[in-house]
Design a protein around this ligand. Structure first.
Ligand code: BJ8
Length: 426
């Protein structure tokens, strides 16, 4: 990434520290992702997506901004990217998955908040996030307490829009959500000076639905007895969906899916035929965070399903493409996003039934509930999910952890114990 040094300097980054961040992420990627054998050829696009996330992608956005585009930094999959794109903005998810930046947030933030929030803030505070200086607007939402209170502080420092996500799913909550989406539209239109038209919105809906369909197609292959792609690679694909230009991402995924179809025909799989099938459910594992998938798969199992915001929650439910007016289409967008079953809702019964449903669909042998430390909503919801899985005799464990590598040994022991349980019961 040396060729981007001047760009990073011009962005005001701490270039030396930034180099250390890249080395830390690169080392983990090498150990946890690139070390896998028999990877599909088409994964090169997604490796590049990770590699270029601090380089080529930033450069591309800088060039687009020079031509008048605006960049929006998002922090949650409830942000309706369709509307941002229709108004000529470039939405990029900015959640951090690297442990390297966590101490920089802990200098001024409480330590006992989730690592995802600390990693994100740490990158910005340590001047190692190349998106922070080029973002024209941040968009956060009222999901968990850590995020909500962080927005209070950020919105005093940089242009920031807060989407109020209702905490229940009744009729009046849906009405509030519709209003919020309408306000988001106005905020983006004001930022870009471009009006959202029905035509542009139809285009952006079709584009992001294409991305969802392709992700769903890739995940269909994971339901097969011998999946042609590892869970770690599938995770990389889903992580890059949050960063790479959507049209390019779709072209690359189309190519990968074709290759996966071919691998299925030829019986090529990275897994042993009897590898236990695992579902990871819960908190998102964003770019920089590959540890859990690596631990599970290097212990001889296959991660075949991700029930998370870097998994099913991101690609399930299409936006209804029918409708001719902007208002109709915006309603369709609002409805699709309101179906997401994040644990910040109460009650969140859909998820309690959905996790066992997915476990059956993907024929999983066991579930690992992944809870980021201090994420109370997923942590508490894990109790109900565990009960629902137990009722169906699906073995499960809940792992609560941060991004620190010092827990690796302990996590591996717990995963191996689960796999032993699964193997013994077969
Ligand atoms: S829709 S999961 S992306 S809020 S892990 S910051 S919830 S304390 S990331 Fe999330 Fe949106 Fe929900 Fe998905 Fe808070 Fe939990 Fe941290 Fe989280």
């Amino acid at each position: 990434m040396g060729s981007y040094a001047e760009m990073w300097r011009n962005l005001g980054l701490d270039v030396e520290l930034h180099e250390e961040v890249l080395q830390s992420i690169g080392a983990n990627y090498g150990k946890q992702v690139l070390s896998q054998s028999g990877r599909p050829e088409g994964m090169r696009h997604f490796d590049e997506g990770v590699h270029e996330s601090h380089g080529g992608r930033v450069q591309e956005i800088i060039e687009a901004r020079e031509k008048g585009a605006k960049m929006i930094g998002t922090f949650c999959i409830y942000v309706p990217d369709e509307i941002a794109i229709a108004a000529g903005a470039i939405p990029v998810a900015l959640c951090g998955g690297t442990n390297f930046s966590v101490p920089y947030a802990e200098k001024s933030f409480p330590r006992d908040i989730c690592p995802l929030v600390k990693s994100t803030l740490g990158l910005a505070f340590s001047k190692t996030c190349p998106y922070a200086p080029i973002k024209d607007l941040g968009v956060g939402e009222s999901t968990c307490d850590a995020k909500k209170k962080t927005w209070d502080i950020l919105s005093k420092k940089v242009p920031f829009h807060i989407l109020e996500l209702p905490q229940k799913k009744n009729g009046r909550d849906m009405n509030l959500w519709r209003e919020e989406i309408g306000e988001f539209r106005s905020a983006v239109e004001e930022l870009t000076g471009v009006a959202v038209t029905a035509e542009k919105l139809k285009e952006s809906i079709a584009l992001l639905n294409r991305r969802r369909r392709l992700l769903a197609e890739m995940n269909e292959f994971r339901k097969l007895p011998n999946p042609p792609i590892s869970g770690t690679d599938a995770l990389v694909v889903m992580q890059t969906a949050l960063n790479v230009d959507p049209a390019r991402f779709c072209d690359n995924l189309e190519e990968l899916n074709e290759e996966l179809r071919d691998r299925v025909d030829k019986g090529i799989s990275p897994f042993d035929e009897n590898a236990p099938r695992i579902m990871v459910a819960g908190c998102p594992t964003v770019m920089g965070n590959w540890m859990l998938h690596h631990l599970i798969e290097s212990s001889g199992a296959a991660v075949v399903c991700d029930e998370s915001c870097t998994g099913t929650r991101f690609f399930e439910h299409l936006v209804d493409e029918s409708g001719d007016t902007v208002d109709e289409l915006i309603d369709n967008v609002a409805e699709r996003y309101f179906k997401i079953d994040c644990s910040c809702f109460t009650p969140n019964d859909e998820r309690i039934t959905h996790v066992p449903e997915l476990a059956r669909e993907y024929s999983v042998d066991a579930v690992v509930q992944y809870v980021l430390q201090y994420c109370h909503t997923y942590n508490i919801e894990a109790i109900r999910i565990a009960g629902a899985l137990q009722a169906e005799d699906i073995p499960a464990i809940t792992i609560e952890t941060d991004y620190g590598e010092e827990h690796e040994g302990q996590l591996r022991t717990r995963i191996e114990a689960l796999l032993e349980r699964v193997t013994l019961s077969v």
